[in-house]
Design a protein around this ligand. Structure first.
Ligand SMILES: [Zn+2]
Length: 252
């Protein structure tokens, strides 16, 4: 009985504290700074400009088709060069609106913003998550991690693990060497830049063998990095790799 009263008092006081905090420091949209109803949501005018990806899609890379397509249809790029992964899925088109939002999350010292993306990623990646054994984030080189203070891919993977129940192997993959920033590189140069840059961590090889892995990152650009990470996991004995990102570049 006493315990129940204490619990009620604790819940009431934590509600009062969070109410007081909200009064003094009202929750703000991490993209625009506008006051929003509660922490972890974005302002309606930011939401309005986002382009969510939905079917019909390339069954492999998740490229959205502008017209109806049969089940399991793949795009011309995947037909010509099938990627090493099974499926890639992204919640949003990477355009001006989503770029601004993701850069603020990635470089703006706003790790709490990761929670905004999780329901979107869970929805679009439901099939990949359903049969996954592990979530593995794309690793940052330690020097870059020191500068940025957090790995945005690991934050996303950690929250997805909590929400989906699929465990995360935070250091399942490691970077063997530093790579150049890829912003201005084309696909061929990106491929060269990341070649053999990743490996499965030795101590996790036994756990990964024969398993299905979902690789988590913020943006799918040309696929060069995720392809290389997929190869490293397949080499370690992983049987199936899927990719889950917040957004992807869509070039027609
Ligand atoms: Zn495709």
């Amino acid at each position: 009985m006493k315990q129940r009263v204490y619990k009620r008092l604790a819940a009431l006081s934590s509600g009062l504290v969070s109410g007081a905090v909200d009064f003094i420091l009202p929750p703000r949209c991490f993209v625009s700074g506008a006051i929003v109803s509660h922490q972890g949501v974005i302002a309606p005018h930011i939401w309005r400009d986002l382009q969510f990806i939905s079917a019909p899609l390339c069954d492999c890379c998740g490229f959205p088709f502008p017209f109806g397509a049969q089940d399991h249809m793949v795009c011309g790029t995947c037909l010509a060069h099938r990627p090493p992964y099974e499926k890639a899925r992204a919640a949003l088109v990477y355009d001006d609106a989503s770029r601004d939002m993701i850069l603020k999350f990635k470089h703006g010292d706003q790790p709490h913003a990761a929670a905004v993306f999780i329901p979107w990623m869970k929805r679009v990646g439901a099939a990949c998550l359903a049969d996954a054994d592990y979530l593995v984030p794309i690793p940052l080189h330690p020097f870059r991690l020191m500068r940025r203070r957090y790995n945005q891919a690991a934050l996303l993977a950690g929250l997805l693990a909590e929400e989906s129940g699929v465990p995360m192997l935070a250091d399942g993959l490691i970077r063997k060497r530093a790579t150049k920033t890829q912003g201005h590189l084309d696909f061929r140069d990106r491929q060269k830049n990341v070649r053999k840059a990743f490996a499965a961590k030795e101590k996790h090889r036994a756990a990964l063998a024969g398993k299905a892995v979902v690789l988590v990152d913020d943006v799918y650009t040309t696929g060069a990095t995720v392809n290389e990470c997929t190869r490293a996991l397949l080499q370690a004995g992983v049987t199936k790799v899927s990719i889950l990102t917040i957004a992807r570049v869509v070039r027609t």
